[in-house]
Ligand binder design. Structure first.
Ligand code: SAH
Ligand code: SF4
Ligand code: F3S
Length: 474
């Protein structure tokens, strides 16, 4: 599952994120655990930054924490169940450690609001994704024995001026948030409710953050948004210029600006939306070596009728046209996707169309899910979640098996090819090997040689598994 590390659906779920105490002074200890997509992980870095200015350092050791924060996800029911289980564990800890505070951040906080305090009695603090600047103030209230809630969504907040504290320990790859929220209203999706309206971040602050990362030794940034292609600065959604005195910026232009920082800084981005991904974006990728040849383009379903019910804004034909554009402009690129099976009323024939689309595109990777009905979404209000669980399970198994077959076929074809990979970390399986990815985002394992983490290395593919390419140094 290494590839999961670097896409928007990422999330080594529930990972504790740590900022070492650089000052050596005694301070309050924060244990911060994150669930969900890369944007949530990125937000946790903003939270750590805000709280580090207010006397907190992060710890990996939950036992020594004074404050536990869970940055939560609501995308599927299972994601919420995982968080609830974690909260039960914390309840026990709270009983044996008076003064320990527990807070819920992120999408579950936004979705359930103050009701979460009722449901989970020992939670002290509920803070939505646009209210993190208020955390010090809310914590102050909580320390005084009050429960506190701030779930106000904003039309402007992008945390543009906050320099996130990097909580990973590799120092090579980092997320940079470029938009927040989502205006698309896909009928199955809770994100527009939990993250609010879409807004773009000032491009100058994005470039400054990426440049700073490069100067600190980072070699890869992933630009993050629910729909990066709809990034727009100083433009309304209709394309009207807001302020004549400053330039407008669209996603293709933003990517070029980040790509130009340094040829040794790789640029990735996630997630692309099939309805909005234009050829201009593909042409910028083609123009710069350091903008990676990898596109995560969630299709969700291969059937146009289901896509319409999902309110995705494109048909099967449109999606395949975008795939053809990628092949034409970026012949070396790999394409991955997200798929949902068992959406309301999905027939066997419609499911077969998802399988046939997979056969046609042959994705290099896919995140595959059973439809999970979410409260308040259009689908919940309008359609019946009527595909029986055993059929959902069978369909899911079918797409997983097909995907694995495609991955093996793809990996087999990679044998003998030579790639430049960026060394990210020591391999999990062997101290003698590194893990790195090529431009196409394939995970490669290869001998360490004389190289260091953060170096670019030429490797030749000699073997493979379902998820990984095995390589030797050249
Ligand atoms: N903005 C991205 C997706 C973010 S959510 C996009 O539009 O592509 C990540 C993935 O979770 C989605 O692509 C979808 O495949 C899945 N997902 C979202 N809501 C879901 C639901 N209710 N049930 C099952 N899967 C869901
Ligand atoms: Fe959800 Fe659709 Fe927005 Fe993606 S584009 S976050 S699936 S509403
Ligand atoms: Fe992300 Fe989950 Fe929220 S996928 S935007 S953390 S609902």
């Amino acid at each position: 599952m290494d590839k999961i590390d670097k896409t928007i659906n990422e999330a080594k779920q529930g990972e504790a994120l740590v900022l070492e105490n650089q000052s050596g002074e005694s301070s309050k200890k924060l244990y911060l655990e994150s669930y969900g997509c890369a944007m949530n992980f990125s937000d946790s870095e903003v939270v750590a930054s805000i709280l580090s200015e207010n006397g907190y350092t992060t710890t990996r050791n939950i036992e020594e924490s004074d404050l536990i924060l869970l940055n939560t996800c609501s995308i599927r029911d299972k994601a919420e169940q995982t968080v609830r289980k974690r909260l039960t564990t914390f309840k026990k800890m709270k009983k044996s450690k008076p003064g320990l505070m527990v807070g819920v951040l992120g999408c579950m906080a936004e979705r359930l609001k103050a009701a979460l305090l009722e449901e989970e009695k020992l939670v002290d603090l509920v803070v939505g994704p646009d209210a993190y600047r208020d955390l010090p103030n809310l914590l102050h209230q909580t320390e005084g024995g009050q429960k506190s809630v701030n779930v106000l969504l904003s039309r402007e907040e992008t945390y543009a001026d906050i320099s996130p504290v990097r909580l990973d320990n590799t120092g090579v790859t980092a997320f940079v948030s470029i938009t927040r929220g989502c205006d698309n209203m896909c009928s199955f999706c809770v994100v527009p409710f939990t993250r609010g309206r879409e807004r773009s971040r000032n491009p100058l602050t994005i470039v400054a953050e990426a440049r700073d990362l490069f100067e600190r030794g980072y070699r890869e940034v992933t630009l993050l948004g629910q729909n990066v292609d709809s990034y727009r600065w100083n433009m309304s959604s209709k394309g009207e210029i807001k302020d004549e005195t400053i330039p407008t910026t669209n996603f293709a232009q933003l990517m070029e600006m980040v790509g130009l920082i340094n040829p040794k800084l790789r640029v990735r981005f996630s997630t692309s939306h099939p309805k909005d991904m234009g050829d201009d974006v593909l042409e910028v990728i083609a123009k710069y070596e350091n903008i990676c040849n990898y596109i995560h383009l969630p299709v969700q379903s291969g059937n146009s009728e289901i896509l319409k019910k999902m309110n995705r804004g494109y048909t099967r034909e449109w999606y395949l046209n975008r795939i053809a554009a990628i092949h034409r402009i970026l012949p070396e690129a790999t394409i991955s996707t997200d798929l949902i099976i068992g959406f309301c009323g999905e027939t066997e024939e419609q499911h077969q169309e998802t399988l046939s689309l997979m056969e046609e595109v042959k994705f290099s990777f896919a995140y595959m899910y059973k439809y999970s009905e979410r409260p308040k979404t259009l689908a919940e209000r309008k359609y019946e979640d009527n595909v029986p669980e055993e059929i959902k399970q069978r369909r899911l198994t079918e797409i997983i098996e097909m995907q694995h077959k495609h991955q093996l076929e793809y990996h087999e074809k990679e044998i003998g090819k030579t790639y430049e990979v960026l060394v990210e970390k020591v391999s999990k399986k062997s101290e003698q090997e590194y893990m790195g990815r090529n431009s196409q985002s394939s995970t490669c394992i290869f001998p360490k040689g004389e190289y260091n983490i953060g170096d670019y290395v030429m490797v030749k593919i000699v073997d493979f598994t379902k998820t990984t390419l095995i390589a030797e140094l050249v």
